[in-house]
Design a protein around this ligand. Structure first.
Ligand SMILES: *[C@@H]1O[C@H](CO)[C@@H](O)[C@H](O)[C@H]1NC(C)=O
Ligand SMILES: *[C@@H]1O[C@H](CO)[C@@H](O)[C@H](O)[C@H]1NC(C)=O
Ligand SMILES: *[C@@H]1O[C@H](CO)[C@@H](O)[C@H](O)[C@H]1NC(C)=O
Length: 466
């Protein structure tokens, strides 16, 4: 029987589809039940020089009692193209976890105060870090996102969605904050990404507070709807962008070892507790700082600016992951234990080209630490030292020196923990039911297309659409 080529293609496409479906099943199985969910944020509009600092509440996020394994993100346009940092600089994105009272019509109208999540209808679930204000996110990064690993090895996971933790009458939700700067056609790209106040022509911050004269740059000058100076006559299209975020997770089971998230900030002003006078310890994290140029920083021959912090964590444990967050100009960061041992050292990777993920002059990735479980421990109350180095061959404003560590509460035995057999089996059964169903559908499609093919041949034409 003569078989028309279009129909043959059609049948082959279906077979390829079956193969893909089956290989993603294999992937699911091989990855020990790790699921991948990809979402797009609501859109934000950007044009040359513009700043968007948006807070998206109740975003799409995996639901249920799960263990989070990784968070990855990138900025894309409406056609799905990756946008390079020299067009839209991703200052930061971050996820905040919160509980909101159910069936309450009041919505979040503003993002001042505690990110708009204040009042009796909201409970913000902060990470385990020590900062009194700010840095409450579960996770977040900036320009380094595309090439920074965030994956948590087995048997670890960040536990969320446990109904036992959620106050009755509330439900768990997530907020996404995306801060982006469109630097197409701007006069000074580095200056705009460093939020230099003179380029933004602002004299008051987002709360209408006058900026101190010695405040040269930082988030208080590049808030939502501000505009960085663009070269005269430059024209660029306004466009809608999204943050595409990929969350990997597993359904929670009892052998997952939960980890705590600590965010340390090198600008933390720590005042120690004085129990005899009833004074609690305070951590005023400034989030950003300024690096003066070495030309004015006398006695610094190598033009390296070092900032350090001594801090301690209330609860110790095994470090299973670490990464620093620095801005352009950063040349490395490390966390040390009280005895001087290196807990984690994390260094920036700079891009060298034009394409997304490799933009010259930008930090496109940070190296991460995955110590062998049990090999790097922090004791509770141990004094840690955080060091953040920047090159100060030139001045930098609004830089950051954060360090994320994930810590498992207690030492784990060396056994590798897998999903319990019944969970695994249930998943396999579900998968094979799907597999049979899909295979059946595919066979039917092949038969139909072969049949249509014959009919069309008999009618004397070939289908053009496939
Ligand atoms: C939502 O909760 C707030 C505070 O508890 C209350 O004042 C308000 O009336 C509630 N709104 C609705 C629609 O229930
Ligand atoms: C800067 O802002 C002032 C008012 O705040 C305005 O008069 C001036 O034109 C602005 N300059 C530029 C270059 O946009
Ligand atoms: C920071 O810079 C100082 C001075 O150059 C150097 O001794 C130290 O090793 C650097 N630390 C890191 C983490 O890069």
């Amino acid at each position: 029987m003569a078989y028309c080529s279009k129909c043959l293609l059609h049948s082959m496409a279906i077979l390829v589809f079956i193969t893909i479906v089956q290989s993603s099943q294999a992937y699911l199985r091989n990855e020990n039940g790790v699921k991948t969910a990809v979402f797009l944020s609501r859109k934000f509009l950007m044009e040359p020089g513009s700043v968007s600092d948006k807070y998206f509440y109740n975003i799409d996020f995996p639901r249920g009692h799960i263990g989070l394994k990784s968070f990855d993100a990138e900025v894309i346009d409406e056609a799905g193209n990756s946008i390079p940092l020299h067009e839209t600089y991703l200052h930061h994105w971050l996820f905040v976890r919160y509980y909101q009272r159910k069936h309450n019509g009041s919505d979040v109208a503003k993002y001042h105060g505690d990110l708009g999540l204040d009042g009796p209808d909201f409970v913000v679930v902060k990470n385990s870090g020590v900062c009194d204000y700010g840095l409450i996110q579960y996770f977040g990064l900036g320009s380094e996102t595309r090439r920074t690993s965030t994956y948590m090895p087995d048997p670890y996971g960040i536990e969320v969605g446990n109904l036992e933790d959620i106050p009755s009458g509330f439900e768990e939700r997530w907020m996404l904050n995306v801060h982006a700067i469109d630097s197409r056609g701007v006069e000074d790209r580095m200056g705009c990404t460093e939020c230099r106040c003179d380029l933004y022509n602002v004299t008051v911050d987002d709360y209408d507070q006058p900026l101190p004269p010695d405040y040269n740059g930082g988030l208080r000058c590049c808030y939502d709807e501000t505009r960085c100076r663009v070269r005269q006559g430059f024209l660029g299209v306004k466009r809608s962008l999204h943050l595409k975020y990929t969350v990997k997770y597993v359904d929670w089971y009892t052998s997952i070892v939960p980890v705590k998230i600590y965010i340390l900030d090198v600008t933390d002003i720590w005042t120690m507790a004085d129990e005899s006078r009833g004074i609690k310890s305070r951590h005023r994290c400034q989030i950003e700082y300024e690096v003066p140029s070495c030309a004015v920083d006398a006695g610094n021959d190598y033009c390296t600016h070092t900032k350090s912090l001594h801090v301690s964590l209330p609860i110790g444990g095994d470090v299973i992951y670490g990464v620093a967050h620095q801005h352009a100009g950063g040349i490395g960061s490390a966390l040390y234990g009280e005895d001087g041992r290196v807990i984690c050292s994390s260094n920036p990777m700079y891009g060298e080209g034009n394409e997304p993920g490799n933009e010259a002059g930008y930090i496109v990735g940070m190296s991460t630490c995955y110590p062998r479980p049990g090999s790097v421990k922090i004791s509770s109350g141990e004094t840690l030292t955080l060091v953040s180095n920047y090159s100060n061959a030139q001045r930098h404003t609004g830089v950051m020196g954060l360090f994320y560590i994930l810590v498992a509460g207690s030492s784990q035995p060396n056994t590798v923990v897998h999903a319990p057999a019944e969970v695994h089996q249930a998943r396999m059964i579900r998968l094979s039911v799907w597999g049979v169903a899909l295979f059946g559908v595919a066979i039917i499609l092949v038969v139909i297309s072969a049949f249509q093919c014959r009919i069309r041949k008999e009618e004397g034409y070939e289908a053009i659409v496939m």
